[in-house]
Design a binder for this molecule. Sequence first.
Ligand SMILES: [Zn+2]
Length: 300
Amino acid sequence: MTVTRRSLLAVLAVGAVGTLAGCTTSGGPDASTAPPAPIRTRPRPSAPPPPHPLEPPPAAPAPAPAPAQVAARHANTRAGAWGTSLPGIRSSLHVPFEPDGRPRVAWTFDACGGSGGDGVDHALLDGLRGAGVPATLFLNARWVERHPALTSELAAEPLFVLANHGTRHLPLSVDGADAYGIRGTTSVDEAVAEVWGNHELLAGVTGAPPRYFRSGTAHYDDVSVQIVHDLGELPIGFTVNGDGGATYDAATVHAEFMSAGPGDIVIAHLNQPGSGTAQGAIRAATDLRAHGVSLVHLDL
Ligand SMILES: [Zn+2]
């Protein structure tokens, strides 16, 4: 079925709003259960907004304590909140405009790994290279282990920043909360291991520890958000759902990418060749730039 923006707006008008942002199975997106695409309606700022009180300007990262220390610090702490946009999750850029006034937008692509999720969208990667679009690539440990040479190659390209998409691709929880039917990590120790396992793997492959983390499904509880910070990474969310877990056709991907405004972080996927992601995104790169948008790396 071709989903048009008009039909999506019609769905929105009757109150059926769904979000399929991250990967919905342990292995990758599940097109068969895709709810309608989200339509973002928040107003665009006409001038640079003040910093969000919960997101102070970035400071120089402090050395991360050992994982065992972090786990001990949060032992017996109970979660009080769950979702994709909790305080402490960075979902937009601190600097939404270039000095010359152009909106800044960051594109991120997840590689979820596992059965059905370990593909490589070479059309997307080549399209980003051809258009010179910087992108932050969130790689799961299973995908890295499946593609070690490609991971090293990507790490060497200045156009790409590699980031941590978890070890087992689980929602990050201290009590087994679930997202899209996927049970999250069930304890503080498991949450720490979900972050740290792939942290060490990526550091070993690329020579540099990852700075950014996004959990499988992009869900966290409040304790887990703090765990990611304590381990020296930043939990990253999103503001624009670019490809609906790689389920959207190219026209819908293009429309979603085109909806990005000042400071937005777009989430999409690089592990589903044959999806509409590559065609829609690369066309949007040309069109967004024609509208004066500056495409940038995450720089939180
Ligand atoms: Zn994923």
